[in-house]
Design a protein around this ligand. Sequence first.
Ligand code: GRF
Length: 187
Amino acid sequence: MVNKIKTCVFISGKGSNLLSILKSSRDYNFPINIQLIISNNPKADGIKIAKKYNIPFKYYSDIDKNKFEARALLELKKSKIKFICLAGFLRILSHNFINNFGYKIINIHPSLLPKYKGINTHQRVLMSKEKYSGCTVHFVIPKLDSGKIILQKKVLISKNETVSALKKKILAQEHIVYSQSIISIFR
Ligand code: GRF
């Protein structure tokens, strides 16, 4: 594929989803190319991935939401980014940012949305004695974890499942479904 869509991944932490998308993007037919990584956390481990794979990155420390968004928008314009993937990005983007960017933004959330929006998902799922959980890739709108669903993966919750075991199980599915979702959007 010659004209891959110029993409930026937003991270705040480990960046395992970033790595999974990055690996997929090396495939000739994968529709996007990661050309920029933005972190709101200067200590995010995902920045090491950016360095290792030689991808331009920016991180911002201790700045408020407005400043962060203004700087990010500037970088996105400079790099001619036309698509954003949020991957473990722990901030809610404003209406203003989403409108100003003007292209598609997607996110991954570790639950079967619309159930369990927000944080501490796995704890809440276990407390509610759910039989299943999973992950969801969805379009980003100003309302938290509420945009149109692209794809979901379901996992069965075992007896005596712990938060960390469930997290690990779901993360493995996230790494599959994120790339599948990107393919399905641009097919
Ligand atoms: C993932 O579970 C993602 O769904 C959630 O935060 C976690 C981030 O993982 N939003 P990573 O930084 O991609 O490893």
